[in-house]
Design a protein around this ligand. Sequence first.
Ligand code: ARG
Length: 267
Amino acid sequence: MKKGFLKLMALSVAAVLSMGMLAGCGEEQGTTDEQAGGGTKDVLVMGTNAAFPPFEFVVGEGQGLVGEFDGIDVAIAKKIADKMGKELQIEDMKFEGLVAAVNTGKIDMAVAGMTVTPDRQESVDFSDTYFTASQVMVVQPGSDIKSAEDIKEGKKVGVIMGYTGDGIVTDDLGVAEGNITRLNRGIDAVQDVKNGKLDVVVIDSATGKALAEENGLEVVEDPTVFETEEYAIALPKGNEEMLNTVNEVLAEMKANGEIEELAKKYN
Ligand code: ARG
């Protein structure tokens, strides 16, 4: 009787142990696979949202710096890939999904005219900054909108989903929800200003200027209200090696004037 009980105990201990070992095995295998995939690949995957000229936009197939993609960010990312001896691959996705994509390893980095914000810093590491921007207002020529104050009430205000401009219009200016339209792309928002569906679009300066020019619209600035924002590259948290390489490339491109040249070339 006593023997039988001990035997049962021993058996169940063995069963629990082997289950634990199996579970351990599975976990280890998963990690190894991932590491093998990450370590041996010779492509660097840049995530972006290519509706943001002059930083990233789509041209004809094969006519961009990388496939159909062109712009300041594409040029910078290409330098980074070159430095790493990798081939640059571009994943065009919703801007809103970029931080999560970096965080989960779906992409290696997000290069997307992305403003450094405390919120985003909780999920990703940012490189050194490479461009200073601010929000501007894109309006029809002759509009009565002359300052940020003028859009607080009674105007149909467009913003782009997930952009910093959305937070500024919603939280800082306190524009009523009923007056805000959130669109997926700056290009569409600006079209709506052109056809009168919106009175104004609040968007990043360089992009606002580029889109206004293309569409015969005007840009209104208000530096007292719209503070400067800094663009940086979003990287997975804690990847010191990659952060250093990216910062080295940015430092080189700043020191030799390449970034400035790119800004001129694409504007
Ligand atoms: N700078 C703004 C932000 O970080 C807008 C960036 C949009 N970039 C893009 N590639 N669509 O929210």
